[in-house]
Design a protein around this ligand. Structure first.
Ligand code: NDP
Length: 400
């Protein structure tokens, strides 16, 4: 039915590509384009012939708008999937506008030299995308992504008004390393060491990093410590969910991870300020990334499960109502299926689903959009079909 250009060939992209090949009715043709073409060729060699999807590869620098434009003009995709890094969002969006193509990503724009992310610069392109009759679908991974779909589904089917949303992200997996991150270490550490922030009664409330801790008993995993973080879907949900009073995001961390992180932070290894080293400028965090395990290598050794979901409170027919919707994903099951651990799996599957809904026209709102603005039902069906089944609880424990 259509063609997708996939930019990036790391952990998340690899899962999305496996899933595009599985969904060959929609993805007749894909092009895998990244900085290191050897990775694209190796994945093509692994997947060629697994279905009718035709696969090609290309080398591209996602910072080079001219090169992106040439690649897009040659391949003529229906959608460009940005599964590289959030630094590239604006360049790839610009290339999509220049060539008249739809756009999708899984993380909002973040400049490389400041660890501050917000939707403002991407939302600013809304009129341009609308005028061109195009869609830019932002944040279509798990969180952001499925977290917003879960909220839209709750609002459509169970609530007249949503009052509070707590997004709970638990990784109950063990990889056996002293310290490693589950996705790109640079992006992950920037997120975790940033100040916490949540939305309440129209205000943004800032906290020191990891200052708010709660304990939650996660289905199929058990009790875990979780910490309040700022997360980008809080910004879009605050805009898109009418009258919502409070939105928070919590992520679980084990004590060993936090102790290692604190130590690295204390000695300056998580800094993004360049320093002089032997006559060369290096960014400590980028150096740290180079010595940490590659997240793509964790798949074989990670055991346990992830549980990511939303606890929602509000009103239905004037009565108070609570609701918890979540997905549990098993690291080893994901590894057996696509050769990646569950963090990449839970991000790559929704990216494929979002692209499929754009290609087949089921999701056809124009402009720069977040996932919760679309009809959640076809997405929720596809999650069940493509490996991320969800479960509901109408009497969940709430987070205080
Ligand atoms: P990886 O580091 O594994 O992969 C990044 C890929 O981007 C690599 O293939 C890398 O190429 C490529 N790349 C980097 N710079 C360039 C460039 N200048 N030009 C072209 N390609 C480039 O990251 P992940 O797969 O773990 O994460 C991918 C994205 O997914 C990130 O934006 C991350 O924030 C997001 N994410 C979203 C989640 C969600 O739930 N919404 C959860 C987890 C991640 P090379 O091989 O040469 O390094």
């Amino acid at each position: 039915m259509g063609k997708a250009l996939i930019i990036g060939c790391g952990g998340v992209a690899s899962v999305a590509i496996h899933k595009c090949v599985e969904n060959s009715k929609i993805f007749e043709e894909i092009c895998i384009a990244s900085r290191t073409i050897e990775k694209c060729n190796a994945l093509k060699a692994k997947l060629d012939g697994k279905s009718t999807t035709k696969i090609s590869t290309a080398k591209v620098d996602a910072n080079d708008v001219g090169a992106l434009v040439t690649l897009i003009e040659n391949f003529q995709p229906d959608v460009v999937m940005n599964l590289a890094l959030p630094y590239h969002d604006l360049k790839i969006m610009e290339a999509c506008l220049k060539t008249g193509k739809n756009y999708l990503d899984t993380a909002n724009y973040e400049p490389e030299n400041s660890a501050y992310f917000e939707y403002k610069q991407q939302w600013a392109l809304d009129e341009d995308f609308k005028r061109a009759g195009l869609t830019a679908l932002l944040g279509c991974g798990f969180d952001p992504g499925v977290s917003g779909i879960f909220v839209a589904y709750a609002l459509k089917h169970y609530f007249d008004r949503i009052d509070t949303i707590d997004i709970l992200d638990c990784n109950g997996g063990e990889h056996g390393h002293h310290f490693a991150t589950n996705f790109n270490p640079e992006i992950n550490i920037r997120e975790v060491t940033a100040k916490g922030e949540y939305f309440e009664n129209g205000n943004w409330i800032e906290t020191e990093p990891l200052a708010i801790k709660r304990v939650y008993n996660f289905p199929e995993i058990g009790e875990r410590d979780m910490y309040l973080l700022y997360h980008e879907e809080i910004e879009s949900l605050a805009k898109n969910i009418p009258d919502v009073k409070r939105i928070r995001f919590f992520m679980t961390f084990g004590q060993s991870y936090l102790t290692h992180l604190k130590c690295l932070e204390n000695v300056g290894m998580t800094s993004i300020e360049p320093i002089d080293f032997n006559g060369q400028k290096i960014v400590p965090l980028q150096f740290l990334k180079a010595v940490l395990p590659d997240p793509a290598s964790l798949g074989a050794r990670t055991v346990g499960k992830t549980n990511i979901g939303c606890v929602i409170t509000g009103k239905k027919d004037s009565q108070p109502k609570n609701y918890y919707v979540y997905n549990v994903c098993d690291h080893q099951a994901a590894y057996r299926e696509v050769g990646s651990q569950a963090i990449s799996y839970t991000t790559g599957v929704p990216a494929m689903i979002g692209a499929a809904l754009l290609i087949d026209g089921t999701w056809n709102l124009k402009g720069v959009r977040n996932v919760e603005e679309f009809d959640p039902d076809p997405f929720m069906d596809a999650l069940n079909k493509f490996g991320l089944p969800w479960q509901e609880n109408f009497f969940p424990a709430l987070v205080d």
